[in-house]
Design a protein around this ligand. Structure first.
Ligand code: NAD
Ligand code: ZN
Ligand code: ZN
Length: 345
């Protein structure tokens, strides 16, 4: 089979690789029908994630058809259509029992990280019963691919950890796929005002179409001053960081209101300066974490009833064997006006 293989910082190749087989009785082999590229894959290619070693097949999102199941798999059989979760979970360990699948003792984020991932013709999914979801008949597969990672990330780490409530004023810093997923899922809770902040004018335009009430263009506007002015000097109830750099975390700590929440979603590679001397008196909470994908069943229901349409995030489509070209487009997202890319086998 063919797979997109990481070969060390800056190097990747679409090449022939052995088709995965059942290694443990709980494994499921999935024939990938649609996958995508994540910002995290770009981080890996830059060499930012040293736990990914050369030879690894990348990718942790996608949908497919079950090809083979191990002897202990009960929920799936060959031919079933499935959604692949970016987080693998056994469903039985102490952390899984409290739905903290991100910290499963035999899983977590391992796909396209510690084991071979979904940017391939076939992928082995450990603990298939708990790590795959049946795809409802007639569902929009492109929209479903958004449920592997970005939609649960936005909902769990941005909206739920941030405790977005009806009427709230919230600010989302970063209008990439993850920030957009925060924007879409925050609307389940009817915030009154949603301020989107980014430096890409095209992404801010899209954010308005997706429900942002206000946008701020970093570069031509001072985000902190503008938000304080917009909120009568009070700040926002929830400040959500969806970039992963010190500058955007800093915006969050300057704009959070008394009693508010800072929900950090971004993956950070360097330390940030925490202004505890200003924040201690404000009765705020700061949250952060890795997505568990425990909200996937709920998101599947919202998709089924048309309450949300994450398929709107798809801007580009390629065949799976055009993945090198797709990486080129996704890696130049601002120039290409790219948000999410669908690769179809
Ligand atoms: N916590 C988790 O479990 C989890 C899961 C998935 C992704 N992530 C992280 O979420 C973050 C966002 O992911 P993404 O795929 O949307 O990334 P992305 O790079 O596509 O989007 C980031 C956006 O931030 C904007 N930006 C950059 N610097 C800025 C600045 N100084 N001010 C304002 N805007 C700025 C960019 O223009 C871009 O639109 C990443 O750090 C990613 O690794 C976290
Ligand atoms: Zn991802
Ligand atoms: Zn577990």
């Amino acid at each position: 089979m063919k797979a997109l293989v990481y070969q060390g910082p800056g190097e990747k190749v679409w090449t022939e690789k052995d088709k995965p087989g059942i290694e443990k009785p709980t494994d499921v082999i999935v024939k990938v029908t649609k996958t995508t590229i994540c910002g995290t894959d770009l981080h890996i290619l830059k060499g930012d994630v040293p736990t990914v070693t050369p030879g690894r097949t990348l990718g942790h999102e996608g949908v497919g058809i079950v090809e083979a199941v191990g002897a202990a798999v009960q929920n799936f059989k060959p031919g079933d259509a499935v959604l692949i979760s970016c987080v693998t979970s056994c469903g039985k360990c102490a952390n899984c029992k409290r739905q903290l699948y991100a910290h499963c003792s035999d899983g977590g984020w391992i796909l396209g990280h510690k084991i071979d991932g979904t940017q391939a013709e076939y992928v082995r999914i450990p603990h298939g019963d708990n790590s795959l979801y049946p795809i409802p008949a007639g569902a929009d597969e492109e929209a479903l691919v958004m449920l592997s990672d970005i939609m649960p990330t936005g909902l769990e780490i941005g909206v739920q950890y941030g405790n977005v409530k009806p009427g709230d004023t919230i600010a989302i810093i970063g209008a990439g796929p993850v920030g957009m997923s925060v924007l879409l899922t925050a609307q389940f809770y009817s915030p009154g005002r949603i301020i989107m902040v980014d430096m890409d004018p095209a992404r801010l335009e899209l954010a308005k179409e997706f429900g942002a009430t206000d946008t701020i263009h970093v570069g031509s506007e001072d985000a902190i001053a503008k938000i304080m002015e917009m909120t009568g000097g009070l700040g926002v109830d929830v400040a959500i960081e969806a970039v992963g750099v010190p500058a955007t975390f800093d915006i969050c700590q300057k704009i959070v209101s008394a009693g508010g929440n800072i929900a950090n979603v971004g993956v950070h590679g360097t330390s940030v300066e925490l202004h505890i001397e200003d924040l201690w008196i404000k009765n705020i909470n700061i949250s952060m974490g890795l997505v568990s994908t425990n909200t996937t069943p709920m998101l599947l229901k919202t998709l089924g009833t048309g309450k949300v349409n994450p398929g709107r995030l798809v801007t580009h489509r390629f065949k799976l064997d055009e993945i090198i070209e797709a990486y080129e487009v996704f890696g130049n997202a601002a120039r290409e006006k790219a948000m999410k890319i669908i690769l179809t086998a």
